[in-house]
Design a protein around this ligand. Structure first.
Ligand code: ZN
Length: 401
């Protein structure tokens, strides 16, 4: 299986309409396999698993064909992903329920589509207003946008950019450093490449820090902030759901003696600076709300470490109504934390740190839902702008004499 649509199926005559329809996924971050696209009313697709794994759910492709003609899509192997559900999620609707795909004519503005899961296949339908339409599980974050944004950040006064290591396929693991304070704050994202919410979140956070207001100035004078925007660049270029180029789930590599090079790069850089605060940005396929959790129940955990997290939650909620504090850990917090996961490993290795896991949704949120866009790049961006407030408060708390 390959990330691209099978070449022999790239051009399919649309006999019913007398015009060609073309489905393409052979671009960076693209993902789909065409089974049969000869009829716009019955376009049959499969989602290939990440190389060497059973992980699948990210899809991202472009359709060229006549506007105004109903397209009905079926992802035939959707249910294959359900055997890898996280434990204790039986009471949570799985990833294909209530999770409409998004469509866009310009790659910038994305709207949700109607959809249906029949127990095996996932179907959605659309009448395009333009000849070329993009379809994806969630708004993709184009590599060229990431490169341009990194350039813009690196050109700003007081920001340095360095490669802290190389990915499996030799791509740079980029890190931005800004601020001048003695505390070491970290924000990392995209261990799981398809969770693009983290990229939009970081744009919001960094834009505020680069045009600083009072909260941003307070944070940057109390702390030095290290940001790793994309821990898994190979996985993203391949259009993977969760794995790196070697088929490894990076968020199960942190406690290994010889972890994947992407994790080794971040871990080593953290060892050099120390960590007072870390936010690890993810997105969850099933949840219908923004969720954050401290590294509770790691061996170095003490009940006193809960208070700073609760303060962080309250301050974030004041800054953005999409953050609702006090959510329970989905399925119950494990009695023993899994130290192979980044935020737990960090919270244990740096016992005085506040280490937080962030999960944004793919689905729409239960509170303040938006039927047109669902949880969106714009909402993720706003959540990232807002996180500067609780981070500044945490830096102030740690700076108290
Ligand atoms: Zn994740």
């Amino acid at each position: 299986m390959t990330a691209a649509a099978s070449p022999e199926l790239m051009m399919q005559p649309d006999n019913r309409n007398g015009t060609d329809m073309k489905i393409e996924a052979d671009f960076p971050t693209g993902r789909v396999e065409v089974v049969d696209a000869s009829d716009p009313g019955d376009i049959r697709l499969r989602v290939p698993a990440d190389t060497g794994t059973d992980f699948l759910c990210w899809y991202n492709f472009r359709v060229t064909g006549p506007a105004g003609v109903l397209r009905r899509f079926t992802i035939e192997n959707a249910s294959d992903s359900l055997k890898l559900r996280l434990p204790n999620r039986e009471n949570q609707a799985h990833q294909w329920l209530g999770a409409g795909p998004v469509a866009s004519a310009d790659g910038e503005n994305w709207t949700r589509l109607a959809h249906h899961f029949d127990g095996r296949a996932f179907r959605f339908w659309h009448v395009p207003r333009h000849e070329v339409t993009h379809y994806a599980k969630f708004a993709p974050y184009p590599p060229e946008r990431e490169a341009a944004f990194l350039d813009r950040c690196a050109a700003a006064p007081g920001v340095t950019r360095e490669a802290i290591g190389q990915s499996t396929e030799g791509r740079r693991i980029e890190m931005l450093r800004l601020g001048s304070g003695p505390l070491n704050f970290w924000v990392i994202a995209r261990q799981h490449p398809s969770e693009t919410q983290g990229a939009f979140f970081l744009e919001g956070m960094l834009e505020r820090l680069l045009t600083p207001d009072a909260d941003a100035r307070a944070l940057l004078s109390a702390a030095t902030l290290q940001v790793v925007p994309n821990v898994n660049p190979d996985g993203w270029m391949r259009g993977h759901t969760r794995a790196n180029a070697d088929g490894l789930n990076l968020n199960r590599e942190w406690s290994a003696d010889n972890p994947a090079p992407e994790v080794a790069a971040v871990r080593d850089a953290m060892e050099r600076t120390g960590v007072d605060f870390c936010l690890d940005c993810h997105a969850d396929n099933e949840l219908e709300y923004v969720f954050a959790w401290a590294s509770e129940n790691v061996p170095a955990w003490t009940p006193a470490r809960r208070q700073p997290f609760e303060l962080f939650e309250r301050n974030w909620a004041k800054a953005n109504p999409d953050y609702i504090p006090g959510r329970a850990y989905p399925g119950g917090c494990p009695a023993e934390a899994d130290l192979s996961m980044g935020w737990n490993w960090i919270g244990n290795r740096f016992p005085d740190s506040l280490s937080i896991l962030l999960e944004q949704p793919f689905k729409d949120v239960q509170e303040r839902p938006d039927p047109l866009t669902g949880w969106s790049p714009q909402r993720a961006h706003a959540l990232g702008r807002a996180v500067v407030v609780p981070m500044a408060a945490e830096a102030a708390r740690r700076s108290e004499p």
